[in-house]
Design a binder for this molecule. Structure first.
Ligand SMILES: [Zn+2]
Length: 175
């Protein structure tokens, strides 16, 4: 388990309900609706059918409720059509950021180790002081699901060669 990765992912996932609350009510089929829940069906459970298109089998579920209290489940494709472009755009960004975060897990972990061992006298010898702030910026960027810039990548690669000298746990994609 990689702690910094877990906490970044938790924060990213928590941003959805916060955003959903902000959307408020929307009109669909001449009725006012709002999103009442958003969840993912666990991989070992069977999918359910989207009640808007009545075609798609969905894992990512939005639950919407209208003024009369009727509740239906909607997939992440149809939710764009019934709500508005805003949530569509937001959700696409969210998915992209999540993919980035998963992809950058090892780099995130290594940068966290670099920052945490910075003040250690032994390792400080290998570091340039001015890069400390750079690494903190990189960590923030990766944590919200952005990729490193080209310059940041170059800085990271310079340090990456020194990483074997540190006591770094090997983080694999599936741990
Ligand atoms: Zn659908």
């Amino acid at each position: 388990m990689c702690e910094v990765y877990e906490s970044c992912m938790k924060e990213l996932e928590a941003s959805i309900p916060v955003y959903i609350k902000k959307i408020g009510n929307f009109m669909w089929k001449n009725k006012s609706w709002h999103i009442t829940d958003h969840y993912r069906i666990p991989d070992n459970q069977s999918l359910i059918q989207c009640q808007v298109c009545e075609k798609a089998w969905i894992r990512e579920v939005f639950e919407i409720t209208n003024v009369e209290g009727k509740t239906i489940v909607v997939g992440n494709e149809c939710i764009y059509n019934v709500t508005n472009e805003k949530i569509g755009a937001y959700y696409k960004n969210y998915s992209r950021h999540k993919e980035n975060l998963i992809k950058n897990k090892v780099v995130l972990h290594n940068i966290d180790v670099i920052i945490k061992t910075w003040s250690n006298c032994y390792y400080r010898f290998h570091y340039e002081r001015k890069d400390y702030e750079k690494f903190k910026k990189m960590l923030k960027r990766l944590c919200i699901g952005l990729n490193l810039t080209k310059t940041q990548q170059e800085t990271y690669m310079r340090y990456h060669e020194k990483l074997p000298k540190l006591d770094i746990k090997n983080v694999t994609e599936d741990d």
